[in-house]
Design a binder for this molecule. Structure first.
Ligand code: NDP
Length: 449
């Protein structure tokens, strides 16, 4: 990279650290993107002149609010709610809501930043956003979750709308939470505005395939990366971290493709079943009973359960990190490569640390960053918005075909762009550059706003 451009990017990053103290995940997400943009600034000096990177790093708006609610015992509880509208150059803000005790403004900003590039990469007309709360839905009754969601929406409703900002689910926010949130929105606004939130049940405005989309999409992306190298998924062994929405449907699609998935996890530990996981049991434990993954052993005695262990120690051909950020570090990346892993496709957002990413890139294995590999979820949310706008409902097969085409297009765009910049097989650079160029072109057209 040219020394002047390098210095400029480093100066931008110093500024980001200064203006956003105590937000290491946000700093990490910003650096992972802007570190790859030097060649684009070289080709497009107008982006530097108009300070596009500086502007992209500053969220358009950040909303923080109090969420008071009363639990089953009548005790008053107070949580904090967030919604960060990061960038609306390409369309209304779009991104999920995360309910997890670890949620802070820095987490939401990192996710909103990532979402901006991912949404641009998806080719859909949507901007980037994220939101959530430090509320923990784990071990809460339906009544507690409902009262929390109603209070959360009582503030959020004034900031969202189908042409303004369209939330969806993420960690801790599934069909149950989306139902309570939409119910309250509908009640307050007196409008049946289906397109205001995605991830709805297909029984009342949701799209078929949205539930499966992120997991399936991650597998489609892995399939495309391997195709380029003339390798097929069939007969391979995989490890999938997590056992939530993304992990479960990644496992489902992998099994359909004849892949043996031998391990998955939750925040307590991981299970390893060398014969291949029984997905029905996992769905029963996690989707129906909302229990702990260790319960798998009750019916599957041959499987092992390791509390607080490292799932990446389990040998596999392909790894799918589908739990949370920074769950796969440098040591785990080295272990995976040493055990013969040939591909990593990220269902989660930023699950691999920068040091881990470097190990995969240096080893020359297929590495699909979350921005590209998990974009199927938000792309299908955009398909849900299309159906809501036209008051239509598409079949599962039709929507899944569209999802596959979108994932193939994303893969092709990342691959071709990386090649164009002399970085063949580097999907990190490819994804960042494609997403950035699309957002930057729109921002340039709008003038200084
Ligand atoms: P869920 O809440 O459905 O599942 C999350 C899973 O990850 C659970 O198994 C959970 O375990 C586990 N997990 C959460 N935090 C930790 C942790 N700190 N350590 C270990 N395991 C953890 O969320 P999703 O499946 O929706 O999301 C998973 C990832 O995918 C996130 O990074 C999310 O941002 C990303 N993503 C999700 C999309 C979607 O459509 N849902 C779209 C694109 C990205 P436990 O059950 O113990 O809580």
């Amino acid at each position: 990279m040219n020394a002047t451009i390098k210095a400029r990017i480093e100066a931008i990053f110093d500024q980001v650290i200064k203006r956003n103290p105590g937000e290491p995940e946000f700093h990490q997400a910003v650096w992972e993107v802007i570190d790859t943009l030097g060649p684009v600034l070289h080709k497009h000096p107008e982006y530097a002149e108009q300070k596009i990177i500086e502007r992209i790093c500053e969220p358009e708006r950040q909303i923080i609010f109090r969420v008071p609610w009363q639990d089953d015992r009548g005790e008053v509880q107070i949580n904090r709610g967030f919604r960060v509208g990061f960038n609306s150059a390409l369309g209304p803000y779009k991104g999920g809501l995360r309910f997890h005790p670890s949620v802070s403004l820095g987490t939401i900003k990192f996710l909103g930043f990532e979402q901006t590039f991912k949404n641009a990469l998806s080719g859909m007309p949507i901007g980037g956003a994220k939101g959530g709360s430090d509320f923990d839905p784990k071990n809460k009754s339906d009544g507690d979750v409902m009262r929390f969601c109603q209070s959360f929406m009582t503030e959020l409703y004034r900031h969202i709308g189908e042409f303004t900002d369209v939330p969806a689910g993420d960690i801790g926010v599934g069909a149950r939470e989306i139902g309570y949130l939409f119910g309250q929105y509908k009640r307050i606004t007196n409008r049946y505005e289906s397109g205001v939130i995605t991830g709805k049940s297909p029984a009342w405005g949701g799209a078929l395939v949205r539930r499966e989309a992120t997991g399936y999409g991650t597998v489609y992306f892995a399939r495309e990366m391997l195709n380029v190298r003339g390798v097929s998924l069939e007969g391979k062994t995989a490890v999938v971290s997590g056992s939530g929405n993304v992990a479960i449907y990644a496992i489902e699609k992998l099994q359909e493709y004849g892949v043996k998935v031998v391990a998955c996890s939750d925040s307590s530990g991981f299970i390893h079943d060398p014969d291949g996981l029984d997905l029905d049991t996992i769905k029963q434990i996690k989707e129906v009973e909302r229990g702990r993954i260790g319960a798998y052993r009750v019916t599957h005695k041959k499987a092992t359960y390791t509390a607080n262990g490292n799932i990446w120690d389990v040998p596999c051909d392909i790894a799918f990190p589908c739990a949370t950020q920074n769950e796969l570090n440098e040591a785990s990346a080295r272990t995976l490569v040493a055990n013969g892993c040939i591909a990593v496709s990220e269902g989660a957002n930023m699950p691999t640390t920068p040091e881990g990413v470097k190990v995969f890139l240096d080893a020359g294995i297929c590495y699909g960053p979350g921005k590209a590999a998990n974009a199927g979820g938000v792309a299908t949310s955009a398909l849900e918005m299309q159906q809501n706008a036209s008051r239509d409902a598409w079949s599962f097969e039709y929507t899944d075909k569209k999802l596959q085409n979108i994932m193939m297009d994303i893969h092709r765009d990342c691959y071709e762009t990386a090649k164009e910049y002399g970085l063949k097989n580097n999907y990190v650079a490819g994804a960042n550059i494609v997403g950035f160029r699309r957002v930057a072109a729109a921002m340039l057209a709008f003038g200084i706003i």
